[in-house]
Write a protein that binds this ligand. Structure first.
Ligand code: FES
Length: 367
């Protein structure tokens, strides 16, 4: 049995035979008595290193099992752990570039009231096993570079961008990159020493760490305003000739898009907080869940994920900001509002993401 479990490619015939004899969950139950990362097909990862990265931020280095399909720098992963008897899932960016030894790293900022981040900070130890999903996200390097890059990070938005910088550095910096990184204080800066060392070593890489609540004339850290046009013009005068990736809270991403979305060579952004827009959709809507046969009344304008969770349901979810697709489900009737764009969608049969969709009227979902 153990030889089968260790095999990196289980023969298809043997797999079919095993599948006919034992259900995957039964296989997992017994296999995990031998090794907690052995499963039929679920990707799991063992924590092999834990280190502090900054105030309220830790990096966990993970060794995935053989069901992990790999990732590209700039992508994210859903991580799940059991907390008080319930499985809690959140998305984290992979902060290291792909490594020859197959290890992954996530950098976790403690979020006030955040169940999983608090659990990982307070309880996660080397040897613990976490459930992981497939990597997702489109903010990755293109196959070739036809221009320089401008990377804009605010707070935890640095994590996917530092993976991109690390991969770029490992390839000898094939195109110029400037990174602007906003944090509130020096203690909250992650990877600062490494980034400054990379800037010293590579003339084509520049980094500006911008502290919005601290000015330290003795350090290399510039005093900072929040992102605005004048600051951008002084730090990166050729921003319009660059391709731009931006990552941070939704307000930061909106500002970056307003400044560069139309003028930069190309622009892509990911927000790690849900859109903070209000569409004044008052009143309630009736949501019919076709598979379970339940009918619920939810506030119009509230994300369906939040509304369903408030009624005790547990739809699958991950990033909660419209990126990972974990919460996607079918809609067979009714109108919904896309909270990220404000658009109202009335097609009778379509797919939606619960975390960024709200009922704009009575709707039917394939749940
Ligand atoms: S939870 Fe990730 S897209 Fe909705």
């Amino acid at each position: 049995m153990s030889a089968v479990l260790r095999s990196s490619k289980r023969p298809r015939g043997l797999r079919r035979l095993l599948h006919a004899c034992v259900a995957p969950n039964v296989f997992d139950f017994w296999a995990q008595r031998l090794d907690r990362t052995w499963t039929w097909d679920r990707p799991l990862a063992r924590i092999v290193e834990r280190r502090p990265e900054a105030r309220d931020a830790i990096t966990l280095v993970l060794r995935p099992n053989r069901h992990w399909r790999g990732f590209r720098a700039g992508q994210h992963v859903n991580v799940s752990a059991e907390i008080d008897g319930a499985c809690v899932t959140r998305s984290y960016s992979l902060s290291a570039a792909p490594r020859a030894d197959g290890l992954l790293a996530i950098t976790v900022k403690r979020v006030e009231g955040g169940k999983l981040s608090t659990h990982l900070h307070d309880n996660a130890c080397v040897g613990d096993v976490l459930q992981i999903g497939p990597a997702f996200g489109e903010m990755t390097w293109p196959p070739a570079h036809d221009a320089g890059w401008l990377l804009l990070a605010a707070g935890s938005g640095i994590t996917p961008l530092v993976a991109l910088v690390r991969e770029h550095a490992a390839r000898g910096m094939p195109a110029p990159v400037t990174l602007l990184y906003w944090a509130r204080t020096r203690e909250e800066l992650c990877f600062a020493d490494e980034l400054l060392a990379l800037a010293d070593a590579h003339p084509d890489f520049a980094v500006h760490c911008l502290l919005t609540r601290e000015i330290d004339a003795a350090s290399d850290v510039a005093p900072a305003r929040r992102l605005d046009a004048a600051q951008l013009a002084s730090l990166v005068p050729d921003a319009a000739q660059r391709s731009v990736y931006a990552c941070g809270p939704s307000g930061f991403v909106d500002t970056a898009r307003a400044l560069l979305g139309e003028t930069a060579r190309s622009f892509r952004a990911e927000a790690f907080t849900p859109p903070a827009r209000s569409f004044h959709d008052g009143g309630d809507a009736v949501v019919t869940l076709q598979r379970s046969g339940r009918t619920l009344t939810v506030p119009r304008g509230q994300s369906l994920l939040t509304a369903l969770e408030a009624q005790g349901l547990k739809p699958a979810s991950g990033c909660r900001m419209g990126i990972c697709n974990t919460c996607a489900c079918g809609k067979s009737a009714g109108a919904t509002r896309d909270l990220s764009t404000g658009e109202v969608r009335t097609e009778p049969s379509s797919a939606l993401r619960l975390c960024i969709s709200a009922a704009a009227g009575d709707i039917e979902l394939d749940l």
